[in-house]
Ligand binder design. Structure first.
Ligand code: ATP
Length: 237
C-alpha cells in the first residue's frame, strides 16, 4: 500500500468544454511539500476541488492506499486531506476562535481540538491575539492565517493550499510561507498552488507545472527554479 497522495490519469470536464484536467498524474509523498504552478485557468483550483471531492472526476485518486474518488468531502477530510480554499471564505461575524473550531467539525474529541487550536496559535501569534475578535475585523493577512488554521484544526495529513498569498503584502507573504514551511517540517504533507513561484519553490521539495489542464513539467524544486520556461512564465526573469 503506497502512502501519501497518488493521482493517476485524472480527468475533470465541466459541461462539453475541453477538459479542465486532462490525464493528470501527480504524487505527494510522506513528508513532502509540493508546489503547483500554472497560469490562470490552467486547472489548479479544479485539481484541489477534485482532491477534496467537491467536483466529480475520472481516473484514480488514492490517499494512503484508499480510493477517495467516490468519497464524500467530509469523509475525505476525515481520512486526512484538508483544503484551504482560495479567497478565505471565513464567517466574518463569528469570532476567530469559532471560525477555527468549525474546522474541527470532523473530530468529536474536544481535547484534541484544543490541542490543535494551541498548535494554530503557536504557528500564528497574531491569531492568538485575536481569538475573540470577529473574523471580518482582521487584516487580509490575518484572515488568511485563520483560514489556514481552520484547515489545520482537522489535523490533516495533507494540507491543500490554493493561492494562500493572493492579495497580501510581500512582507506578509514571507511570514505566511515560513509558517507553511514549519507546518511541513512538523510532518504535514503540503500541496500548494502559488503565484509567488520563486518563494513557493523555496519551501518545496518538488513541483509540477500545469498548462491547459495537463502536467507539462515536473521535477525537483531546484530543477524547476532553474528551468527557462518556469523563469520566463512565473518568475519574471
Ligand atoms: P485561477 O488561478 O484563475 O483560479 P486555475 O488554474 O485554478 O485558475 P481553474 O479555476 O481550475 O484554473 O479552471 C480551469 C478551467 O476550467 C478554466 O478553463 C475555467 O474556465 C474552467 N472552469 C473552472 N470552474 C468552472 C465551472 N464551475 N464551470 C465551468 N468551467 C469552469
Amino acid at each position: 500500500m503506497s502512502e501519501g497522495l497518488e493521482v493517476r490519469g485524472l480527468q475533470v470536464r465541466y459541461g462539453s468544454a475541453a477538459p479542465a484536467l486532462d490525464r493528470v498524474d501527480l504524487q505527494v509523498r510522506p513528508g513532502e511539500c509540493v508546489t503547483l504552478l500554472g497560469a490562470n485557468g490552467s486547472g489548479k483550483s479544479t485539481l484541489f476541488c477534485a482532491l477534496s471531492g467537491i467536483v466529480p472526476s475520472s481516473g484514480t485518486i488514492a490517499f494512503d492506499g484508499r480510493d477517495t474518488r467516490r468519497m464524500r468531502p467530509a469523509a475525505i477530510v476525515q481520512l486526512g486531506i484538508a483544503q484551504c480554499a482560495e479567497g478565505r471564505k471565513l464567517f466574518p461575524e463569528l469570532s476567530v476562535e469559532k471560525n477555527l473550531r468549525l474546522g474541527a467539525y470532523v473530530r468529536r474529541n474536544r481535547r484534541e481540538a484544543d490541542a490543535s487550536l494551541e498548535r494554530v496559535c503557536a504557528l500564528f501569534p497574531d491569531v492568538r491575539m485575536k481569538l475573540r475578535a470577529p473574523a471580518g475585523s482582521l487584516s487580509g493577512g490575518q484572515q488568511q492565517m485563520v483560514a489556514i488554521g481552520r484547515a489545520l484544526m482537522a489535523k490533516p495529513k495533507l494540507l491543500l493550499l490554493d493561492e494562500p498569498s493572493l492579495g497580501l503584502a510581500p512582507r506578509v507573504v514571507t511570514s505566511m510561507l515560513e509558517a507553511i514551511a514549519q507546518i511541513n517540517r512538523d510532518g504535514t504533507m503540503v500541496l500548494i498552488a502559488e503565484q509567488n513561484a520563486y518563494a513557493a519553490l523555496a519551501i518545496a521539495q518538488r513541483g509540477y507545472v500545469l498548462a491547459q489542464g495537463r502536467v507539462v513539467l515536473e521535477g525537483s524544486a531546484s530543477t524547476l527554479r532553474d528551468n527557462e520556461l518556469v523563469k520566463k512564465a512565473f518568475i519574471g526573469a
